[in-house]
Design a protein around this ligand. Structure first.
Ligand code: MEV
Length: 315
């Protein structure tokens, strides 16, 4: 028996890091996906295969006996095996076209696609149940995860998210293109999140002022997204970048990429945890090619992306 699921990566348009402290963030899922294939096997092993390698553990073992990056998958597998008292084995194959460790939500998308694929071998889980399973799995490697990345990966489109109330879809007739440029500096999200925690503890007043500004910015951006006002969305993105610089998650390379992107686009910022990773810039058909060319001329790896409206897909 075989089950396949795919889930999209994401960009954070506004509010990364602040979302960890209860503020709203705005995210969009993008047209880059992870596909996970799960198969029930006759042996009694859980086997996980990805471009990072392969792990193999007995179905009766503990999920955390495998190395870190594989734990979300063995966690989901074990949870299903125990819940449905299944005494066979599972093979889980992960195939991704989302660059990993650069802020595009590859690990959340892997958790969502794995939760969708593995759970359907046993029962018909709802999207909300799959999201809960994916979030639990993600927290085996990143305890403070706000849940924003997994949520947009499950539901797709553009969403506003906060930890307390969950998500709201932002209905938009979006016709923009994002140009994503990769600094090739990989980061550990949990380390960058800890760095921000430290900044907050040392600078309570500055941090709370930044939170106020971020909240206002998100209100303006939300309205502009609904109205498809690219000029205002772009300005808000560039403003959000300033706040991210103040909390210490930007760096020189990201800022030089942003400077180039801003010359031809509506606005640009880092996306995701920062400390490396990717920048996004907002374009439309008129300035998409120019922005890609400018970045390529400086030898930055970049590509265009559109919002994905599908979210989790199961086959
Ligand atoms: C990572 O993509 C986004 C952060 O806000 C962390 C999180 O929301 O879990 C940095």
């Amino acid at each position: 028996m075989k089950s396949v699921a795919s889930a999209p990566g994401k960009v954070i348009l506004f509010g990364e890091h602040f979302v960890v402290y209860g503020l709203k963030a705005i995210l969009g899922s993008i047209d880059r996906r992870v596909t996970v294939t799960s198969i029930k096997t006759d042996n009694k092993d859980i086997i996980v295969k990805s471009s990072l390698g392969e792990v193999n553990m007995p179905s009766s073992g503990k999920y955390d006996q495998v190395k870190g990056s594989f734990r979300p998958f063995t966690f989901i597998a074990k949870k299903m095996i125990d819940k449905f008292q299944y005494d066979g084995g599972l093979e889980i194959i992960i195939d991704s076209n989302i660059p990993s460790g650069v802020g595009l939500g590859s690990s959340s998308a892997c958790c969502v696609a794995a939760a969708g694929s593995i759970s359907r071998l046993f029962s018909d889980f709802s999207r909300d149940e799959i999201l809960n399973l994916a979030m639990e799995a993600e927290r085996t490697i990143f305890r403070e995860a706000s849940g924003a990345d997994s949520t947009v990966s499950v539901f797709g489109g553009i969403i506003e998210y906060d930890k307390e109330t969950g998500y709201n879809k932002i209905e938009s007739s979006s016709n923009f293109y994002l140009v994503i440029a990769n600094s090739k500096q990989t980061h550990s999200t949990s380390k960058v999140v800890s760095k921000v925690k430290h900044f907050k503890e040392e600078n309570e007043k500055v941090f709370s002022e930044l939170c106020e500004n971020e909240s206002k910015l998100i209100e303006t951006a939300h309205k502009a997204i609904k109205e498809n006002d690219l000029v205002v969305i772009g300005k808000c993105m560039s403003e959000n970048q300033k706040y991210l610089e103040q909390i210490g998650v930007s760096n020189e390379k990201l800022e030089s990429m942003i400077k180039i992107a801003k010359e031809t686009s509506y606005g640009a910022k880092l996306t995701g945890a920062g400390g490396g990773g990717c920048i996004i810039s907002l374009t439309d058909e008129a300035n998409l090619e120019k922005t890609l060319k400018k970045l390529q001329e400086k030898n930055y790896e970049c590509f265009s992306a559109r919002i994905d409206f599908q979210g989790l897909d199961t086959f």
